[in-house]
Design a binder for this molecule. Structure first.
Ligand code: PLP
Length: 408
């Protein structure tokens, strides 16, 4: 493994050397989507230049080769996330589709009066599918409060469990606050107290450090490829095989069938059961390349340590700005800094920073219930990845000083 060298790391991300309006790009929006290293871009280009073919059932070289690459991508990802069985790793379009797949599957077994325990810090992707299911099936949703520091109120969360709790679902890391939730302990509690199924939304956790799914004890874990330095349109649902194989297919068509006749159709087991139609072949291969890059070229531990040092620096610098309030101050955080300013609306902050070449996100971050809870319309959010450096933070501070001059 090469030593972690931030200049070399940055050079591996071509987009980081571009300018926006004659200013060097300062990319602080990795929570929305992460930038891609050349290793991933080259892998995609190579696939389309030399390897492109549809998978499965092909009798020619390219098809068989693409099938092998696709299958190997699943193996690489399974190993990278500690999935106990390769076939339990399902390729989806992203975290959103993964949650929808599970809610669709559970709609067969959940009955009126059953309860689902959620938290107020969920992204809409892990909120709305359950709300729709609850309305359809007469389920009760219970939401855990969030504290002023942006942590789940554990006493409140624990009090929501009952003998009717059939599912507990929570985010591993809050996209709006950066809080890392104690998901292993939460999973153990949900199992112990209610024998509930547990789905963890890992969309914001996987990009910030190595996740070992086997160690968590959960039943389902979801994330998106584009947030973990891979392509978009590809994501993962990991789930326990016996649960997934009991679900009705989410979509039907080619590849997921065992046998079709006019009198009826039988379906395959996982993973094909949930991969109807031509999948995102290059996306799967590109996502495996992203994990390979992180494992072999960067190192998750070094990436995490670097990101934490930039987070610390950023938190210190931002705390010096008068009238700026950081939302989400949990001791256990990834590189997400959400903030409001007395002088300016989040959208104005984002627009002025853009004139400085600084890309951040402003708004409710698809976490409207959380914003409602805090009685704010939204926040400005700078979100980091391991490729950010101190100069990025200095540029952010300079931009925020401009915001203050403009509105202060
Ligand atoms: N969960 C969390 C915590 C997220 O931050 C996001 C996206 O921002 C999602 C789920 C949905 O991811 P996607 O839009 O890639 O499906």
């Amino acid at each position: 493994m090469p030593e972690f060298n931030i200049d070399k790391i940055r050079a591996a991300f071509p987009i980081l050397s571009r300018e926006i309006g004659n200013k060097p790009l300062v990319y602080l929006d990795s929570g929305a989507t992460a930038q891609k290293p050349k290793a991933v871009i080259d892998r995609l280009t190579h696939f389309y230049e030399f390897e492109n073919a549809n998978i499965h059932r092909g009798v020619h070289y390219l098809s068989m080769n693409a099938t092998t690459e696709y299958d190997e991508a699943r193996e690489t990802i399974a190993k990278a996330i500690g999935a106990p069985k390769v076939e339990e790793v399902i390729f989806t379009r992203g975290a959103t589709e993964s949650v929808n797949l599970v809610s669709n599957g559970l709609s067969e077994t959940l009955v009126e009066g059953d309860e689902i325990v959620l938290t107020l810090m969920e992204h809409h992707a892990n909120f709305v599918p359950w709300q729709i299911l609850a309305e359809k099936k007469g389920l009760t949703l219970k939401f855990a409060n969030v504290t002023d520091t942006g942590e789940i109120d554990m006493e409140h969360w624990k009090s929501l469990f009952s003998s009717k709790t059939k599912l507990a679902t929570f985010t591993h890391v809050s996209n709006a606050l950066g809080t890392i939730n104690p998901v292993k302990e939460m999973t153990a509690f949900a199992k112990d107290k209610s024998d509930a199924l547990v789905l963890i939304d890992g969309a914001q956790a996987v990009p910030h450090g190595k996740v070992n799914i086997s160690d968590l004890g959960c039943d389902f874990y979801v994330f998106s490829g584009h947030k973990v330095f891979g392509p978009d349109g590809i994501g993962i649902l990991w789930g326990r095989g016996e649960l997934l194989n009991a679900f009705q297919p989410f979509q039907s068509g080619g590849d997921m069938i065992e046998h079709v006749s006019v009198s009826g159709t039988t379906f395959r087991q996982i993973p094909e059961r949930f991969e109807a139609g031509t999948p995102n072949i290059s996306g799967a291969i590109g996502l495996a390349a992203a994990f390979d890059y992180m494992e072999n070229e960067v190192g998750w531990e070094a990436a995490e340590a670097h990101e934490q040092s930039i987070l610390k620096y950023a938190t210190e610098r931002l705390s010096e700005i008068e009238g700026l309030h950081i939302r989400g101050t949990a001791p256990d955080k990834v590189g997400v800094i959400s903030f409001t300013m007395d002088s300016a609306h989040p959208h104005d902050i984002g627009t002025i920073l853009d004139t400085c070449g600084v890309a951040i996100r402003a708004g409710h971050h698809c976490a409207q219930p959380l914003m409602e809870h805090y009685k704010i319309a939204g926040t400005a959010r700078a979100s980091l990845a391991f490729y950010n450096n101190r100069e990025d933070i200095d540029a952010l501070i300079t931009g925020l000083e401009k915001v203050q001059r403009f509105f202060g």
